[in-house]
Design a protein around this ligand. Structure first.
Ligand SMILES: [Zn+2]
Ligand SMILES: [Zn+2]
Length: 230
C-alpha cells in the first residue's frame, strides 16, 4: 500500500489543486479498496475486476477515479449524476460491492478536530486527515446489477438510429414502436436546437503544412455576410 500522503499528492497534482474534496476522495478510495481486499495502487488483475460508480462530478470524484485507477475509457468508471458524495466499489469477480458515503456530520465536526484553526477550509484540510473512517463515512454493502453491456471489453452491440442513422453502441438505444432511436432523437437529449455547421479550415489535419488557425463558425458566418451572402 502506498502511504496516504503520497496518494494524496499524486491525486492533487492530477486534479490541479489540493482541496478538502481530494482528501475525502483519496480516503474514500482507500476505504473502498480495503473493503474489497484490493491493493492501492491496484494490481493489473485487480484493476480488471474493479468497477467504481461515482455519484458526483466534483473534486472528490476526481480523487476516487485517480486513486483507484478506474477510467471512463476502460468502462471501469461509471458516473451517475445523483449529486451525492458517494462512490460504490464493485468486485466483478465475486459481485461484492460497497457504497461509501461521505457523511454530512464530518463537515460540522471539522472544527472540533482542529479547534485552534479559524479558517474553515484549513480546518477541513487538517480535520479530514485526522478523522477516523467511521466519522468520515457510512458504508453500505450493496448489490449492483451490471448487464453484459456495461462491462469492459469490445462493443457487444451496435444499433443504427432509424431517424438520424447514428450508430448507438452497447444497447444504449431507445426502442419506440419496435424501432431503435438514439437518445437525442427519442427526445432524451441533453441539448436542443442542433444545427450542422461548417467551419474555417475544414480541410485541416495534423499533417497540414500550415499551423491550425483558430476556427469559429461565427467568423465564417461573418465572412459570408461581408461577401454579401444571405
Ligand atoms: Zn478540488
Ligand atoms: Zn438519432
Amino acid at each position: 500500500m502506498k502511504a496516504f500522503e503520497e496518494l494524496l499528492s499524486e491525486s492533487a497534482a492530477a486534479h490541479g489543486h489540493l482541496c478538502p474534496g481530494q482528501i475525502v476522495g483519496v480516503r474514500m478510495a482507500l476505504l473502498g479498496m480495503r473493503l474489497l481486499g484490493f491493493d492501492l495502487p491496484c494490481t493489473l488483475p485487480q484493476l480488471k475486476k474493479l468497477i467504481v460508480f461515482v455519484e458526483m462530478d466534483r473534486c472528490t470524484g476526481d480523487a476516487v477515479a485517480h486513486t483507484t485507477g478506474v477510467k471512463l475509457g476502460r468502462r471501469s468508471l461509471k458516473f451517475v449524476d445523483y449529486g451525492i458524495m458517494a462512490a460504490t466499489f464493485v468486485n466483478l469477480e465475486n459481485g461484492k460491492a460497497f457504497r461509501v458515503i461521505s457523511t454530512e456530520e464530518s463537515r460540522d465536526l471539522a472544527q472540533i478536530y482542529v479547534p485552534l484553526e479559524t479558517d474553515k477550509r484549513q480546518a477541513q484540510l487538517a480535520a479530514y486527515r485526522l478523522m477516523p473512517d467511521r466519522v468520515l463515512f457510512r458504508v453500505q454493502e450493496v448489490q449492483v446489477d451490471l448487464s453484459p453491456f456495461d462491462l469492459p471489453g469490445p462493443t457487444r452491440r451496435k444499433a443504427a438510429c432509424v431517424q438520424c442513422g447514428q450508430v448507438v453502441r452497447d444497447h444504449r438505444e431507445v426502442v419506440i414502436g419496435g424501432l431503435p432511436y438514439c437518445r437525442p432523437c427519442a427526445g432524451e437529449g441533453y441539448f436542443r436546437g442542433a444545427r450542422e455547421v461548417v467551419w474555417e479550415d475544414m480541410d485541416w489535419s495534423p499533417r497540414s503544412p500550415r499551423p491550425q488557425e483558430g476556427f469559429s463558425p461565427l467568423r465564417q458566418e461573418r465572412a459570408a455576410a461581408s461577401r454579401g451572402a444571405p
